[in-house]
Ligand binder design. Sequence first.
Ligand code: AGP
Length: 627
Amino acid sequence: MCGIVAYVGEREALPILLAGLQRLEYRGYDSAGIALVPESTGGRAAPAEGEHRLLVRKRAGRLRGLRELVEQTVTQTPGVRYGTGIGHTRWATHGPPTDANAHPHTDCTGQIAVVHNGILENAVRLREELAARGHRFLSETDTEVVAHLLEEELAASGGQVTKKAWLAMLQKLEGSFAMAAVDARHPGRIWLARYSSPLIVAPGADGWLAASDIPALLPYTRKVFICGDREAVCLQRREANFFTFRGEPIQKVVHQIGWRAEQAEKRGYTDFMIKEIHEEPAIVERLSERYAPAGQVELPLMWPPSWWEQRRQGWLIASGTAAHAGWVAKRWLERIAGLPLEADVASEFRYRDPLFRPEDWALVISQSGETADTLAGLRYCRQHGVPTLALVNVVGSSIARETDQVVYTDAGPEIAVASTKAYTAQLVVLYLLASYVAKVRGRGQVSTEGLAALPRLPEQLADVLAREQELERVAQQLAEVEHVFYIGRGVDQALAAEGALKLKEISYIHAEAYAAGELKHGPLALIGRGTPVIAVLTEPNLVVKTLGNVQEVKARGAWVAAIGMEEYQSQARAAGVDTWFGLPELPRDLRPMLAATPLQLLAYHVARLRGSDVDRPRNLAKSVTVE
Ligand code: AGP
């Protein structure tokens, strides 16, 4: 997912844009660029017609290369102020990461520049038509067509980007976009529009800002306006005018963001990922106090107890780590609340022709609230009249705004691409949801033990974090391997899946999770001398069987690292595990939140030993807004 920043105001735009792009680095990108609109100062006459030239600098690679390039140019233009500008970090979808493909893209005259996040599905046809009319293209991107379309609209609107020209151009686009454009002839003005990709606007820094997501704006303000689909904005130094794609003015509601700027900074940690793992005890404590004060579940659910009594079939809509949280929730909802949950991944869900029945409901889980597969699944449910409840971390995100009911996981900004604290927060809220549903369905006694123990979870998590070095030692055994197997049964299988995902996405080691009982049906053929196997052992009624599978792999020469409840250590040692990481006692229901952290720490330390960029792993983005 690309990052967009824009600023127009009384200050110099460049430092604000660079700082904003820096705060969006976590999204993952492979090139970056900036366009600045010059204004003459110091008594010089305004540039003569034809002198209107934007300062556009863009290049492949990391931001520091762009910073040097732009700062060098700006210092060479004394007497010129750049109070209006747009910036972009690109995660390549159309065309490789080259200087030419980096945004901003300009029209033939070099007087219009555009940055864009999303995919324009009719770009090929538009490009052919524009080229046939003489437009020269300098990149392989879909975005560049926007600059040339705008150029044509200007010819019909007296030479400057106007609301009419901006809207006329937007009508020609098909696909997803959040975009910003500047016109060299009109310093002090930025045009923006949103369809399906996030775009946020905010007053601050003696002017107005816009960005593709909240962390870029936090140093300046916590009051934001969230653009909806088919909404456009004209930003000026002292005002923002919102209007629909049909040109009708819109009065926007301000959103107060609960996050503070420093939460989106490393604050002494080596990486965001390790910082976010260490935030887990505080997050669990905050969620317990917020959603289960004195052990009584108080989730902000709009449906009455009778509605939950009528539910029959739930449908999970989630991707990646969020889906793994949903797999744990499936076991809680079914065992504790007696409510079945179909648990596909979102990218499969809507193509499987789900057989909806009356009294169905959908459980949507997403940290970013922008994941295209998950958003598409949510929309599919709504189109079919299935009520949707979404657990989301980012306030005002697309999923949060489109679902029938949202419960925020309140984990603060999660910057590292690998989701950790958000996963733990999702598990806590999902457990409270299962407990609430159990209670209103007359099965409340099942979860009283877990709810009563919830206040102890933060300190148990802190105990696990305090023993991080034990996991570093295990990580040293894995740093050079090529394959790792994760095994578990019941909820431990879902935990194994999350542990394997963490390892593969940040260390680039091939890791697969298997239901432990499934090994003998094939995967056991892959186990040989020294093959590393991670066994997850929290399920009381399944630990003996999983240890039987440990003996199976040990008999083939495997090296086994086990993570489980301390009470199982002697059995595990007897089964032949090579290393043991014991978890402090907690009731069965709360154990997934505890077992997740060592799995995250293990992946983190293996990746660090291998020198990976743990916050921004290759090929991945923090929020996957393309299908
Ligand atoms: C998890 O570590 C990955 N970054 C990825 O699987 C992520 O969980 C998935 O893309 C879903 O993202 P979401 O929670 O923002 O919807």
